[in-house]
Design a binder for this molecule. Structure first.
Ligand code: PMP
Length: 473
C-alpha cells in the first residue's frame, strides 16, 4: 500500500486545500501513514512505527472484529437516529451498566467536542446557572463554547482570553503546580487544591454569577499527564455541589479502561465519586466517529422539560452503535484493562529505573496506559527540559517509535498507546528512550530540539565523542 499520491504531492495538495491551522504531527517532516495494525503504523515506504500516542485506535488499529461489525452493519442499514433501532438501545444499556447506577441516560454524538458542548447545555439548563470552573491547561474541544472553557486554547496565540463566566482553578499537579510535594503532604495537597475550587465557587457567587459546573478530566492529559492526589475530587465535588453546581468528568482521553484498574478515570478517586455528567469520545469507536454524554435521569429530564427537542443526525446511528459495541467486546474479550495495568506497571517500573540513571527524568507518573515522564534540567528546581523532550521525540521517530510531549512546557513525554501494547513493545520503547538519553549525555547544548551536526561553537565536554551542538531555530 503506497497511497494514491507521491508524498510530496500529498503535502502540496494539503497546503493548497486544507486550512493551514489544521495540525499535523511532526510538522517539519510529517508522516504519511498508509495502513496500520495492532500497535503499529506503516508509512508509504513500508517503514513500521510503534504507536505510543494513539489514544483513538484503542483496541488496536483496524481490529478485525471492529472492522467486521462496521462493514456488516453498513451493508444492511445506516440511517439517521430518528428511527427505532436495536443497536442504539442495546449499546446504551451495555454502556450505562459500566457506570454507577445514577448515570443511566445517554446522548449519542460524533466527537468529544460535541459531547462536551451538549454537556454544557445540559448543566446550564439543569442548574439555571452559567459559571464554569475549569482547570488550568485544560482542553475540552474545538467548538466556540469549549474554547471559552479551555485555558490550553484561550490563553494561547489566537485565543481571546478568559470570559468572565469562566473561573480557572490551578490544576492539582503535585510535581510542578501551585502547591507541590516539596512543601506539603499528599493530604494537604488535595485539600489545598480543592480549597482553590471552593474559593472560586465563593468568588462566582460574590460576583453575582452562580456556579453551573465543574469541568475536568479526572486525570489531566493536556496539562502534562497529571494524576490528582487521592481525595481531591471528593472534596471538589462537595464544594461545587454545595454551591449549586454539577460535576463533569471528561473521559474523552482517559476513559474505556486506559487507566487499567477501572473503566473510567474518575473511579480511581474512590467508589463514592460519581460525576453528574460524563463525556466520552476518542476510543469509543476505535477511530470511527462516535461519542456520548452519559448523565442522570434528573439532568436529562430538566433538559427535556424545556420543550426543545434534541436531534443529532449521525449520533448513535446503527453503524456507530455497532462499532462502539464491538469495541466493548474487544476490551472485554481480550482483557485489555488487565493488559493496561500489567504493561503500564512494567513501563512505570522501567521508567523509574531509567530515572536512577538519567538526571533528565524528574518524575514518572500515571496509571495503566496513561503515563507521563516529566523531564527536567535540574531536579532541585524542576526547571522543565522542553528542548530535550522535543529532541527525544525526534530521535524516537527516526528510530520508528512515535511518542509526543505535552504539558504547559511541553516537557512531559506522553504515553497513551493503544491498549493492545505488548510487553515486547514496552521493552522496545524503554530501550530506545534509554539509548537516546545516553546519546544526549554526549551533547553540549539542546535548544528547541534542533540538532546541528558538527556545528559546535563551544568546546565539547571531555567525555563527548561527538561534536554536536543543539542550536536554536
Ligand atoms: N476532551 C478532551 C480531554 C480531549 O483531549 C479532546 C480532544 N483532544 C476533546 C475533548 C475533543 O474531542 P474531539 O477532538 O473529538 O472533538
Amino acid at each position: 500500500e503506497k497511497g494514491k499520491l507521491d508524498k510530496q504531492e500529498t503535502l502540496s495538495l494539503r497546503k493548497k486545500h486544507i486550512g493551514p491551522s489544521c495540525k499535523l504531527f511532526f510538522k517539519s517532516d510529517p508522516l504519511k501513514i498508509v495502513r496500520a495494525s495492532g500497535s503499529y503504523m506503516y508509512d508509504e515506504e513500508g517503514n513500521r512505527y510503534l504507536d505510543c500516542i494513539n489514544n483513538v485506535c484503542h483496541v488496536g488499529h483496524c481490529h478485525p472484529h471492529v472492522v467486521s461489525a462496521a462493514t456488516q452493519q453498513m451493508a444492511v442499514l445506516n440511517t439517521n437516529s430518528r428511527f427505532l433501532h436495536d443497536n442504539l438501545v442495546l449499546y446504551a444499556e451495555r454502556l450505562t451498566a459500566l457506570f454507577p447506577p445514577k448515570l443511566s441516560v445517554c446522548f449519542f454524538v460524533n466527537s468529544g467536542s460535541e459531547a462536551n458542548d451538549l454537556a454544557l447545555r445540559l448543566a446550564r439548563t439543569h442548574t439555571g446557572h452559567r459559571d464554569v470552573i475549569t482547570l488550568d491547561h485544560a482542553y475540552h474541544g474545538h467548538v466556540t463554547s469549549l474554547i471559552d472553557i479551555s485555558p490550553y486554547k484561550f490563553n494561547h496565540p489566537g485565543g481571546d482570553g478568559k470570559p468572565d463566566w469562566v473561573h480557572v482553578a490551578p490544576v492539582a499537579d503535585i510535581y510542578r503546580g501551585k502547591y507541590t510535594d516539596k512543601d506539603y503532604t499528599i493530604e494537604q495537597l488535595s485539600e489545598k487544591y480543592a480549597d482553590e475550587v471552593k474559593m472560586l465557587c465563593q468568588k462566582s457567587s460574590k460576583e453575582g454569577g452562580r456556579v453551573c459546573i465543574f469541568y475536568a478530566e479526572s486525570m489531566q492529559s493536556c496539562g502534562g499527564q497529571i494524576v490528582f492526589p487521592p481525595g481531591y475530587l471528593r472534596q471538589v465535588y462537595k464544594h461545587v455541589r454545595e454551591a449549586g453546581g454539577v460535576c463533569l468528568a471528561d473521559e474523552v482521553q482517559v476513559g474505556f479502561g486506559r487507566v487499567g484498574s477501572h473503566m473510567w478515570a474518575f473511579q480511581t478517586q474512590g467508589d463514592d465519586i460519581v460525576p453528574d455528567i460524563v463525556t466520552l469520545g476518542k476510543p469509543m469507536g476505535n477511530g470511527h466517529p462516535v461519542s456520548a454524554v452519559v448523565t442522570t435521569r434528573e439532568i436529562a429530564e430538566s433538559f427535556g422539560a424545556t420543550g426543545m427537542e434534541y436531534f443529532n443526525t449521525f449520533g448513535g446511528n446503527p453503524v456507530s452503535a455497532a462499532v462502539a459495541n464491538a469495541v466493548l467486546d474487544v476490551i472485554e474479550n481480550e482483557k485489555l484493562r488487565e493488559n493496561a495495568t500489567e504493561i503500564g506497571n512494567f513501563l512505570m517500573q522501567e521508567f523509574r529505573q531509567l530515572q536512577k540513571k538519567h538526571e533528565l527524568i524528574g518524575d514518572v507518573r500515571g496509571q495503566g496506559m496513561f503515563l507521563g515522564v516529566d523531564l527536567v534540567k535540574d531536579r532541585e528546581t524542576r526547571e522543565p527540559a522542553t528542548a530535550e523532550a522535543a529532541y527525544i521525540n525526534k530521535r524516537l521517530k527516526e528510530n520508528y517509535v512515535l511518542l509526543s510531549a505535552d504539558g504547559p512546557y511541553r516537557n512531559v513525554l506522553k504515553f497513551k498507546s493503544p491498549l493492545v501494547f505488548s510487553l515486547e513493545n514496552a521493552k522496545e520503547l524503554v530501550s530506545k528512550v534509554d539509548s537516546i538519553m545516553e546519546e544526549m549525555k554526549q551533547v553540549e547544548h539542546c535548544v528547541n530540539g534542533v540538532v546541528e551536526q558538527n556545528g559546535a561553537t563551544e568546546k565539547p565536554s571531555s567525555k563527548s565523542k561527538k561534536h554536536t551542538q543543539w542550536i536554536t531555530k
